[in-house]
Design a protein around this ligand. Structure first.
Ligand code: NAD
Ligand code: UD1
Length: 341
């Protein structure tokens, strides 16, 4: 049994696969649990081609408690769990909320249950900037008050954070770190792994990439009448590889001791409008992005970006990849995806 093993649920997905690479590069061994509901088995080859190491993998649904018990029994020596496994499509969560509560909350409860049963001490949880709603002042710090979530997906993140806090309070043998991600974009620079949206992308970056590749005619920009400097929504776009590194930093920090629950914002600290991102993509890749301005998308907040100073201070983590490199990596991955179809 490896002394530095981390169990990564949802490790075949977008953020989980990049985090697996970062963990392996940092000397951890990784055991992935994933039901492949939103990912492909070929991700293991991509990880192998980058790191030269094939992570352990078991196809399993985290809501299956007996299956979870069988895996945790074998991996009781793991130093921690990083829990990514969840559904994440905001619109789908509004039309099918029970599917989101069942998957995202039961999976998390089972993870906490198994960590308690097998004395695995460290948990890193994927939370989201969505827990802040539209904050009253910007940038948001971890102490900015949370707003009621506008979707069942958002609710599962707020509830997930509360479930973890209660579980840790009841079992001081577990410590946890909640990572509130802003908007991760891009792919591994090797072009071996990246984001694989199912059907029509909901998120901006994969949509831009599909327009660039000619798979879609134009980008719909949702609103240009927001109360922002150029009228377009503002977000904090961070490189996926920076985000992956933050998980390694969070796991190391948990392993160094302490107790209770830590919370960190993960972003660049800079807001970019939709139009600024489109312009930057065109400059980084030389590809033109036709667009149309359409009405606002329900549930969108006007502007949000992070104050990530706490992560810098306590985890020694900062987002460092320049935006043009992130955009170039997204485009490289998109071209590879198009070729493999
Ligand atoms: P993803 O869909 O690419 O990855 C999630 C993985 O979990 C997939 O491989 C899927 O097959 C798996 N999965 C889902 N339910 C499962 C279950 N019950 N059992 C086992 N495996 C299951 O998503 P992602 O973008 O990598 O997101 C990872 C986590 O980060 C999610 O919790 C998501 O809510 C959170 N998050 C993502 C973003 C973002 O912009 N991508 C932002 C904030 C938070
Ligand atoms: C969305 C979710 C958030 C989730 C995150 C990752 C909502 C309200 N929020 O964040 O909860 O954690 O994805 O899954 O859905 N845009 C366009 N055209 C497009 C797509 C997006 O103009 O085709 C704009 C949006 O209006 C927004 C920005 O681009 O201003 C970013 O959108 P997106 O990538 O979907 O991320 P968020 O909405 O920030």
């Amino acid at each position: 049994m490896n002394q530095k093993e981390v169990i990564v649920t949802g490790g075949m997905g977008y953020i989980g696969s990049h985090t697996t690479v970062a963990l392996q590069n940092a000397g951890y061994s990784v055991f992935i649990l994933d039901n492949l509901s939103n990912s492909d088995i070929g991700v293991l080859d991509g990880i192998y081609r980058i790191t030269g190491v094939r992570p352990g993998f078991k196809k399993l649904d985290c809501t299956d408690i007996s299956g979870m018990r069988r895996v945790f029994e074998k991996h009781y020596n793991a130093v921690g769990v990083i829990h990514f496994a969840a559904h994440k499509a905001v619109g789908e969560s509004v039309s099918n909320p029970l599917m989101y509560y069942r998957n995202n909350l039961n999976g998390l409860i089972n993870v906490l249950d198994m960590m308690g049963t097998f004395d695995i001490p460290n948990l890193v949880f994927s939370s989201s900037a969505t827990v802040y709603g539209q904050p009253d002042s910007l940038p948001v710090t971890e102490d900015t008050p949370l707003k009621p979530a506008t979707s069942a997906y958002g609710q599962t993140k707020v509830m997930g954070e509360n479930i973890i806090a209660d579980a840790v309070r009841a079992n001081p043998g577990i410590r946890a770190t909640l990572l509130r991600y802003f908007n991760p974009i891009g792919a591994h620079p090797s072009g071996q792994i990246g984001e694989r949206p199912n059907g029509v992308p909901n998120n901006l970056m994969p949509y831009i990439c599909q327009v660039a590749a000619g798979q879609r005619e134009y980008l719909n920009i949702f609103g240009n009448d927001y109360d922002t400097p150029d009228g377009y929504c503002v977000r904090d776009y961070l490189d996926i590889n920076d985000l992956a590194d933050a998980h390694v930093a969070a796991m190391r920090h948990l392993q160094s001791g302490g107790s209770g629950v830590n919370v960190y914002n993960l972003g660049t600290g800079r807001g970019q409008s939709v139009m600024q991102l489109v312009d930057a993509f065109q400059r980084a890749t030389g590809v033109n992005i036709p667009y149309k301005i359409t009405s606002r998308r329900a549930g969108d907040v006007s502007s949000i970006y992070a104050n990530a100073d706490r992560a810098a201070r306590e985890l020694n983590w900062r987002a460092v990849v320049p935006l043009h490199e992130t955009l170039a990596s997204a485009w490289r991955w998109q071209k590879k995806l198009a070729k493999s179809k």
